[in-house]
Write a protein that binds this ligand. Structure first.
Ligand code: FAD
Length: 343
């Protein structure tokens, strides 16, 4: 594939390879890193270049090996006491130094709390663009540029953004959207130990203590069954039925934003554009109309069942099984049928 040669003093041809920034916690690779490896592998193969995972932290030998087994050709491992916990200053400095020296063509970052802090800082230091919250990434067949697609205008449009003149092309990617890379225990690759040029004074904002949240997370991202309730429940009490239903199926509880805005359930349960993106084996939408912003977070589910009393509800356009009726009659009937089948 041919690329434009020189723009604003940058020789685009100097930039090569796809990088992902691999987040870890206490030495354990996070799922988002595996999702980025899956997507990064696809882009690297298309461009016929290497896929590199950049891993920062302290004491994380196993994590580097794991990244190779999940599809990285190279791991740039930066192990340093000052990188043990994430700091904006420390991580930005080390990664920007590496980007400037090695010149990757594409850098993918998770749209996590850390990634949303790190990405803009890096892009501004390097002087390149950043497309936040991408839900689809492709390579343009004509010029090899990265096509970065994300919801725009309140989710009513999907915008595809390119970074024509600067490098690297940087995107943050929403957790749960891309498929995780497959594990191959026989894969080999290079792990390069990088000695960072970092001093205590480089980190202006210090982390004094890390206090883990006691908030019970909904566990939506990895759930294989999600049962979600919406405004059609009528009140907060309705979630008791949804919880019971989810428990019977071995699933977790999701919700629409309307239910969260009404104060019926915690926002950690919200599925959609401004909530969590899920792709379970089974998604059951109960009393949810199927607004585009809700669909943005669940339309990739393997099987969607919708229960809604309005036969024209948009959720039925994407449901594999549509049940028209009152959820307060239908859900107990399904639970009874499950009990009968079990007994
Ligand atoms: P409604 O649209 O009011 O639908 C309720 C449904 O319940 C109706 O279809 C009705 O027929 C049905 N119903 C009523 N009673 C019963 C019954 N007894 N039995 C069966 N069916 C019944 N929304 C999200 O969900 N997630 C997001 O992340 C999100 N992000 C947004 C971001 C932006 C920028 C904006 C502008 C909006 C966002 N929204 C999001 C809101 C979204 O546009 C919708 O307003 C919201 O999804 C509607 O929630 P709902 O389907 O529960 O409610």
């Amino acid at each position: 594939m041919s690329k434009a040669k020189v723009n604003q003093g940058i020789n685009l041809d100097e930039y090569k390879d796809v990088w992902i920034i691999a987040e870890q916690r206490d030495g354990k690779v996070l799922n988002i890193a595996l999702e980025l490896l899956g997507e990064g592998r696809k882009l690297a193969d298309k461009l016929n270049v290497n896929l590199t995972a950049v891993l920062l932290g302290h004491n994380m030998d196993e994590a580097a090996e794991e990244l190779i087994k999940y599809g990285a050709d190279n791991v740039l491992k930066v192990d340093h006491e000052l990188l043990k916990v994430y700091t904006t200053d420390g991580y930005t400095k080390v990664i920007v130094d590496l980007v400037k020296e090695r010149k990757p063509e594409i850098v993918l970052i998770g749209a996590t709390t850390i990634g949303r802090d790190l990405g803009p800082r890096m892009a501004s230091r390097i002087g390149t663009g950043l497309t936040a919250d991408c839900t689809r990434l492709e390579i343009d067949e004509t010029d090899g540029k990265l096509l970065q697609t994300r919801p725009a205008f309140g989710g009513n449009l999907m915008a595809t953004i390119v970074c024509p003149k600067n490098r690297p092309q940087m995107s943050t990617v929403r957790p749960g959207v891309m498929k995780k890379a497959k594990y191959n225990p026989d894969r080999n690759g290079n792990i390069e130990n990088i000695v960072p040029n970092i001093k205590d004074e480089d980190i202006v904002a210090k982390v004094l203590e890390v206090i883990k949240s006691e908030k019970k997370e909904a566990g939506l991202i990895d759930a294989s069954i999600v049962v979600s309730g919406g405004r059609g429940l009528g009140d907060a009490e309705g979630f008791k039925l949804i919880e019971e239903f989810a428990k019977k199926l071995g699933g977790v509880v999701g919700s629409s934003r309307a239910a969260v805005d009404n104060g019926w359930i915690d926002s950690s349960h919200q599925v959609g554009q401004t909530g969590t993106t899920v792709r379970p084996k089974l998604y059951i939408a109960c009393g949810i109309s199927g607004a585009i912003q809700h669909q943005a977070g669940m339309s990739e589910s393997d099987c969607i069942i919708a229960i809604n009393k309005n036969p024209d509800a948009p959720i039925f356009n994407i449901a594999h099984y549509s049940i028209v009726g009152d959820l307060y009659e239908i859900i107990p009937a399904i639970m009874d049928a499950i009990d009968d089948a079990d007994s």
